[in-house]
Design a protein around this ligand. Structure first.
Ligand SMILES: [Zn+2]
Length: 396
């Protein structure tokens, strides 16, 4: 794919920057004996006791800045049989409404599996753990998560995803998932200003970073609230994020203290502002989001701003906000490797407890208007589209 090639080139320039929202979220429900059989769609050649189903029965798709459709989704494979099954290959085929294949992704190498396949098991203590990266075999009782991604040219609208998994014993499973075009319903704006510098987009849905891997189980359902999250750092003309470079002081980072504005109009539903800003190298895994604000824009659309500066929040729960209204300042609270803004959009906020509210929603695409993206020699307007990894976001 064109955009992946561009990504790889850009990656070399920005290899020093790595930011995680949280690595403490690999929590997966223990496998339970239940009626899995209804989930099996393809009876022929299906391995007995092994099932596959999508996380979400419909996947939302949106265009990235250059106009390419980004198609991402996840499957859950459960091995409830008494034998080990080994995945040989996984294939994502994206079809348009007239059933022609418009994009495809094939995963069969160990290196690919290390990125997009997570196999989890339950220890005898009951604790759930990840098998080593690159594992493509499911022992009895194991659950695997497949993270899938492809991109389709803008001339064809994606209508359906077909996922096929073939096992080494010759058996296979397949599923079809409806694709729906995402519409935020209002023109969300980029939440940061450009007067102090441009912003680099990292850990977006175009890659297989930690955001997509933050899978949270509730009973037999899985949630990925950060699926489409973006981490962004402010950079100078030399693509540095601090002066001096790699400074041990959080105050030396260009992003630190920058204004965060609401992406759109809505109502404030959550504000946390008492968390300390971490020194560089420290991280609070217990409170990964640190100080954060959540705005409800529509019945099933919320924006979430994390790692804010302590006591910088300018709004209160219940308050109405307008697009562009000052919410607070970029900080380094929570689980953050350097000052940055983590932003994502999600479909739910139950308000019951911080953990449940943060993680029991599904992430929806982050689309912005009124900004420009620089990608290598190209520039694109963000007009209802999203940035991808290593895009530089600037004033239109
Ligand atoms: Zn993040």
């Amino acid at each position: 794919m064109k955009r992946e090639t561009l990504n790889r080139k850009a990656r070399i320039r920005y290899v020093a920057v790595l930011i995680l929202f949280s690595t403490a979220l690999f929590v997966v429900a223990p496998p339970q004996a239940q009626g899995y059989n209804q989930e099996v769609k393809t009876a022929a050649l299906a391995p007995i006791g092994v099932t596959m189903s999508p996380i979400r029965s419909r996947w939302t798709v949106a265009q990235e800045a250059s106009g390419y459709w980004g198609i991402i989704g996840e499957m859950v494979i459960k091995n409830t049989s008494a034998s080990t099954v080994s995945i040989k290959l996984a294939r994502l085929s994206v079809v348009s409404s007239n059933d022609s294949v418009i994009a495809e992704a094939l995963y069969k190498k160990r290196k690919q599996f290390a990125e997009m396949l997570m196999v989890v098991y339950q220890k005898t203590s009951g604790e759930v753990a990840l098998r080593p990266a690159g594992t493509s075999s499911l022992e009895p009782g194991d659950t695997a998560f497949l993270l899938l991604a492809s991109a389709a040219e803008k001339t064809h609208t994606p209508a359906e995803a077909k996922v096929q998994v073939r096992f080494k014993d010759g058996s296979s499973l397949s599923n079809e998932v409806e694709l729906t075009t995402f519409d935020a319903g209002q023109r969300m704006q980029w939440p940061l200003q450009f007067s102090g510098g441009n912003w680099l987009a990292l850990n977006t849905a175009s890659g297989f970073g930690e955001h997509r891997k933050a899978i949270f189980p509730v009973d037999d359902e899985f949630f990925i609230s950060q699926r489409f999250a973006i981490d962004t750092v402010q950079i100078d003309a030399r693509n540095r994020t601090s002066n001096p470079p790699n400074s041990p002081r959080k105050e030396d980072y260009f992003a630190f203290g920058e204004a965060i504005m609401s992406t759109g109009e809505g109502t404030v539903v959550a504000v946390v502002k008492d968390q300390p800003d971490q020194e560089i190298g420290a991280a609070d895994a217990e409170n990964p989001g640190g100080n954060y604000i959540v705005i409800q824009h529509a019945p099933h659309l919320y924006s979430f701003y994390a790692h804010m500066q302590r006591d910088s929040a300018q709004v209160e729960v219940g308050e109405s906000v307008s697009a562009g209204q000052l919410l607070g300042r970029v900080g380094n609270s929570g689980s953050s490797s350097e000052p940055h803004l983590h932003i994502h959009f999600m479909d739910n906020w139950d308000g019951l407890s911080p953990v449940l509210s943060l993680f029991t929603s599904q992430g929806v695409p982050a689309l912005f208007w009124n900004a420009k993206v620089i990608r290598g020699p190209q520039t694109y307007l963000l007009n209802g589209t999203s940035p991808i990894d290593f895009d530089v976001i600037t004033n239109p």
